[in-house]
Design a protein around this ligand. Structure first.
Ligand SMILES: Cc1cc2nc3c(=O)[nH]c(=O)nc-3n(C[C@H](O)[C@H](O)[C@H](O)COP(=O)(O)OP(=O)(O)OC[C@H]3O[C@@H](n4cnc5c(N)ncnc54)[C@H](O)[C@@H]3O)c2cc1C
Length: 412
């Protein structure tokens, strides 16, 4: 970010935070912690958008766990710090801004709050602490080939046989399932009544016999997502969360948390700053494009959107703290956040055209020492652009979010 832009964003954040000195002190603490503890090799991979391996994530998450910050938003009794939503928002914003890897949400943010809110004491004992320490890696088994936006159509069948369920079906788009130990899944335990009433929430050990995980290669050439096939998989009944047939309620509780995460201001600021770096090194008629009036106006537009996202995020988190859970507003946050990120990435691509726009995907492998045809962050920027297309699809597509808003706001 240019000096001025950086200052404006900082000033806005400062103005919000100065009303709460404790929050401001917390932000400074997170910032210092990242400076001192985020391993430089991991940070470099993140900044260049290179492929991280499982150990990179585990190493960083264990550093956070040792500090007690892996799940600061959990209640203290389960190993968290009782952070408010605003605190959690500030924490994520600072770590991503610092160049930390994506904090895997599947365990600490998605399934564990479901487990400590609706699960049994035995499930809490078995899963919470190992997830905090990233000794268990979770995957989210919601989507199926014919059940994405319309999740109530899940067909993966779980039939009770004594003290087990026998599970058959297929999940798809399952992020990081190739690294995961456990998958929380929506399964159909009944075909009677409304489709939503026959869904249950099951914790499935991915090392069980009958499970096949197959990679799906995405448009950026990476391996992030998978198909998961389940053939006569035996799942102990004790792995059912809450009541049989009540899975829809837990699924919606989880999706609310998923949507709030999508507006990633820290990452938007980092990508914006990279865009500015690219404008500095890209020249037209002997002058850096950063000085170009059209580009200045585009930057101003992006900057205003970052500020609005930040303000909206603060507002929503503060509202949630005062007792009202974010409703349709979470959809606004998801649309605004993901579309902003896509636009920043699209601007980088337009600029890279000046450098020939060669996508050297091989340069994303750490240690690659071939010759680059463009700026050092070109392969990462292109990969970000390509993979970023998915953000307006997962966690509820933008069309679905707009439907939610239309229904809620226009009362259709
Ligand atoms: C990179 C990536 C990672 C993912 N990770 C996971 C994961 O870990 N676990 C998991 O369970 N799922 C995951 N998903 C799946 C994701 O949640 C679904 O892709 C998403 O919910 C959309 O479902 P679908 O792909 O079946 O598309 P569809 O539901 O078939 O939608 C196709 C198109 O139609 C539009 N559409 C559908 N219904 C409506 C409607 N009523 N009104 C207007 N437009 C509509 C959609 O917006 C979309 O543009 C991931 C997806 C991606 C791309």
């Amino acid at each position: 970010m240019s000096h001025n832009s950086q200052n404006i964003v900082e000033a806005m954040a400062g103005a919000k935070l100065s009303a709460d000195p404790a929050l401001q002190a917390f932000r400074n603490e997170v910032r210092q912690f990242c400076r001192a503890n985020l391993p430089q090799d991991i940070r470099r991979k993140v900044i260049l958008n290179q492929h991280l391996d499982k150990q990179d994530y585990v190493r960083w998450q264990k550093i956070l766990a040792a500090k007690g910050w892996m799940a600061g938003h959990w209640p203290e009794q389960y190993g968290g710090c009782n952070w408010s939503r605003v605190q959690r928002w500030v924490f994520e914003w600072e770590i991503y801004r610092a160049g930390a890897p994506w904090l895997m949400p599947f365990g600490v943010t998605y399934v564990c709050p479901v487990i400590y809110t609706f699960g049994s004491e035995a499930q809490r004992k078995k899963y919470l602490t190992p997830t905090l320490n990233t000794d268990i890696w979770w995957a989210q088994g919601y989507s199926e080939p014919d059940a994405g936006s319309d999740l109530a159509k899940v067909k993966t069948r779980a039939v009770r046989a004594g003290d087990h369920y026998i599970v058959n079906g297929q999940k798809t788009w399952t992020t990081m399932a190739h690294w995961a130990d456990m998958m929380f899944a929506l399964v159909r335990t009944s075909t009677e009544n409304k489709p939503q009433q026959g869904i249950s929430f099951l914790l499935i050990d991915l090392h069980s016999p009958g499970i096949t995980v197959r990679p799906i290669e995405t448009i950026d050439g990476g391996h992030h997502v998978n198909e998961v096939f389940l053939e006569n998989v035996q799942v102990p009944v004790e792995n059912l969360v809450g009541d049989e047939g009540a899975g829809w309620t837990y699924a919606k509780f989880l999706l609310g948390n998923e949507r709030l995460l999508a507006a990633d201001v820290g990452k938007a600021i980092r990508l914006f700053s990279q865009l500015q770096g690219l404008l500095e090194v890209t020249h037209k008629r002997g002058k850096p494009l950063l000085a170009d009036a059209v580009w200045q106006s585009r930057l101003a537009d992006l900057e205003v959107r970052i500020l609005s996202l930040q303000a909206l995020g603060f507002e929503l988190m503060a509202q949630a703290e005062s007792g009202s859970e974010p409703g349709p507003e979470a959809s606004v946050l998801k649309i605004v956040g993901t579309e902003l990120m896509q636009d920043i990435a699209a601007h980088s691509i337009e600029l890279l055209a000046h450098h020939g726009l060669a996508f050297q995907a091989e340069a994303l492998a750490p240690g690659w020492d071939g010759e680059l045809t463009g700026p050092s962050f070109a392969p990462g920027a292109i990969s970000e652009y390509l993979h970023g297309r998915a953000s307006t699809i997962y966690g509820g597509s933008s069309e679905i979010q707009r439907n939610i808003l239309a229904k809620a706001v226009l009362e259709l």
